[in-house]
Design a binder for this molecule. Structure first.
Ligand code: F0G
Length: 451
């Protein structure tokens, strides 16, 4: 492989079942034989194979692309196209996703009791969530395969992202979301980007059930995260993170768990980076769920992860209000392979962590904040040591759920809930908006009284 590696040199992907290992057709989402999920593999990467990749030359090539003006090079996903499934350049739909910042979080580190804490902020993607990195790949493949319609069930971010990529790619899109259970910001995005948006009178898991039947009967391409092309795009977050750290692995990566595709994607990338010689050590990957939406936590604790215990999900972190996660087996494999943990956090712990991330000038949506809340627990348990380097994957932008933030600061987030008493501990972080007469003195007095 020369420095000029291109995707056509290495384009040798296959779709395979994660259960029985059988090869599948590229536009399927489950194995026709055992119904397990599918994943994309690259047999041509074997060092002895004809396309063995050279990590050193790829590191340079990917860096050089940052100064290119080509749309695919400017994408923080397609910049890494040698480790993605092959596609013709003119089929790529990109809104310049990826290329997200890695922030230090010194105050949150202190609050968690560790020295080195960073946030890989995927909320800084074009539609405000990590979903864009997987949507660029899967929507592009939908277009390449000739589909006119794409669809997803969503807790709000997938739908916002899908609607945007479909619009950019000239595809029609259908969104199924749980009625009244997603933030209005996310709902407004899918309307703005032109999707047909349907609020079903059920929860996310109910939306998935309906959509699975619709795509069986209609020529509509499913863009939920069971789509293996979504996972391929999403995995680039870990390539980019390692690049930002000079290819030095952190000790620990912590991701929120909903449908469990994101953690699966991070783990897949780490596995591939190790295989290809980009890194010599794989960080632990831990997954944090909300207590009210904890099917993976329960399954691990109650049956050792033998089978999924689906739950009726309830949490204010609506993005991860999921009781029957599709990618649980993939995520569990990542947690086991890397030696990570699975943990759950309470509603009040989530609200506190979100406020702390906000107070660093970074901010995130509630579902992302489970990572910091979970880290604190893992430190207390001694699982994460004070001198370890930890990266939190922040999945959504703070503006995704402004309602939550306003209610938090006004002090009425937990009004009428069983968490009201416990939420008194949040008072020191609450900054209710003030109303004053338009007098200079009043503002000066306020400044003088501020600590
Ligand atoms: N964080 C945010 C902000 C999310 O929107 C989601 C999932 C997750 C975390 C969990 O990621 O599902 O890969 O484990 N949102 C989906 C949606 C389900 O429809 O937008 P996961």
């Amino acid at each position: 492989m020369t420095e000029q590696a291109t995707k056509t040199d290495v384009g040798v992907s296959q779709v395979k079942c994660i259960g029985c290992g059988r090869t599948a057709l590229p536009d399927r989402f489950r194995c026709e034989t055992c119904r397990d999920l599918l994943e994309i593999i690259y047999p041509g990467w074997e060092p002895q194979g004809p396309y063995g990749l050279n990590a050193a030359s790829l590191k340079k090539l990917w860096r050089d692309r940052k100064s290119s003006f080509e749309p695919a090079d400017q994408s923080g996903v397609w910049r890494f196209r040698e480790v993605l499934p092959e596609i013709a350049d003119d089929k790529i739909i990109t809104i310049r996703e990826g290329n997200t910042p890695l922030y230090e979080l010194p105050h949150c580190a202190k609050s968690a009791g560790i020295k080195y804490l960073y946030a890989k902020h995927q909320g800084m993607n074009p539609t405000g969530s990590f979903k864009d990195t997987g949507m660029t790949t899967a929507a592009s493949f939908a277009r390449a395969a000739g589909y006119k319609w794409v669809a997803c069930a969503s807790t709000g971010n997938t739908s916002a992202s899908m609607a945007a990529y479909a619009a950019r790619g000239g595809l029609r899109s259908l969104v199924l979301i749980p009625d009244g259970k997603i933030s209005w910001g996310k709902l407004s995005q899918s309307l703005d980007y032109g999707a047909i948006t349907v609020q079903l009178k059920t929860d996310f898991d109910g939306c998935v059930r309906v959509l699975n039947e619709v795509v069986e009967r209609m020529p509509v391409y499913l863009l939920n995260s069971v789509n293996p092309y979504r996972v391929e795009g999403q995995k680039t977050v870990a390539f980019e993170l390692l690049e930002q750290r000079g290819w030095e692995a952190p000790d620990h990566i912590i991701a929120p768990g909903g449908n469990l595709a994101n953690s699966s994607a991070v783990g897949k990338a780490l596995r591939e980076m190790k295989q290809l010689g980009f890194i010599s050590r794989v960080p632990k990957v831990s997954v944090i769920q909300a207590e009210g939406a904890n099917p993976l936590v329960r399954s691990v604790r109650e049956n050792g992860g033998e089978k999924l215990i689906a739950v009726h999900a309830e949490t204010m972190a609506t993005a991860i209000r999921i009781g029957n996660p599709a990618s649980w087996k993939k995520a569990l494999r990542v947690i086991r392979e890397t030696g990570g943990e699975v943990e759950q956090v309470s509603e009040v712990e989530i609200a506190l962590a979100k406020a702390e991330i906000g107070a660093e000038g970074v901010g995130c949506e509630p579902a992302s904040a489970v990572t910091l809340a979970g880290l604190k627990k893992l430190v207390k348990q001694g699982f994460v040591k004070a001198n370890e380097t930890v990266v939190l994957v922040l999945t959504g932008h703070t503006l995704k759920d402004a309602d939550f933030t306003l209610k938090f600061h006004r002090g009425d987030l937990f009004e009428g809930t069983p968490h009201k008493a416990e939420s008194n501990t949040l008072k020191p972080l609450q900054r209710s908006p003030l109303v004053l007469e338009p007098r200079v003195d009043a503002v000066i007095e306020l400044l003088q009284s501020a600590e």
